[in-house]
Design a binder for this molecule. Sequence first.
Ligand SMILES: CC(C)(COP(=O)(O)OP(=O)(O)OC[C@H]1O[C@@H](n2cnc3c(N)ncnc32)[C@H](O)[C@@H]1OP(=O)(O)O)[C@@H](O)C(=O)NCCC(=O)NCCS
Length: 209
Amino acid sequence: MVAHRSSTADPSMSATGSKSASAETALALWHAATAAAKPPDGVTVRPMKPSDIGAIAAIMQESFNNQAYTTERMTRMIEDCGLNGFVAVHDEKPVALVLYVHWDRALYVAEMATQDGWRGRGVGSALMRTMVELCRLEGWDGMWLHTWRHNLDGQKFYLAHGFEIFGLEPNAYGPREGDDAYVMVWGERFWQDVRARFETYLELWRCQA
Ligand SMILES: CC(C)(COP(=O)(O)OP(=O)(O)OC[C@H]1O[C@@H](n2cnc3c(N)ncnc32)[C@H](O)[C@@H]1OP(=O)(O)O)[C@@H](O)C(=O)NCCC(=O)NCCS
């Protein structure tokens, strides 16, 4: 989980609703990536839409026990940071989300959460399989993310999906005690790159956070 930076804005989040040819291509790839999701019965995975943000904010509030994740804040975060995302929906209502941003040659997973009551049923895994497929389709080297040091369940989930712990970043979320985060990395190509110049990644992250 994190606060964020810049990248290519999601064309489907465009205020004008207009789409360029490259945006259309991106959208087609995002839809193609969802073919790998294999969600549980009754759930589908699709690219997020502006109308999902209220539900996304509610899942974030509940998952991180933080009322500061209002619809307005999530809208700002998504627009300012150029976040893209996928949602898992049941009866067209989002029950889980993954938000990410293009980061150099990799994808940075900015937020991931499943609504309480839906956890442990394979929804998060469906979203992660979508991310893995997107990496392959778009040709990214890998993925990386931050997860709170104390979030052992989250770390277990990411480890199960092939992420490895790269290292601990002290005070990643701020100066308070307990704000340390593990940096987790997925993808052999990206792993080699991040090992070679990890400080560069952290510097970029810090100055754009
Ligand atoms: C981590 C999270 C996104 C996983 O989503 P999910 O829909 O529960 O994932 P799945 O059902 O596909 O996979 C469940 C696996 O995730 C792990 N897991 C993490 N938290 C869990 C929870 N509260 N309940 C059940 N499983 C959980 C387990 O390792 C489980 O593995 P298992 O099936 O072998 O027991 C979700 O549990 C969640 O929203 N947690 C709170 C928010 C959070 O920590 N987000 C990550 C921040 S970096």
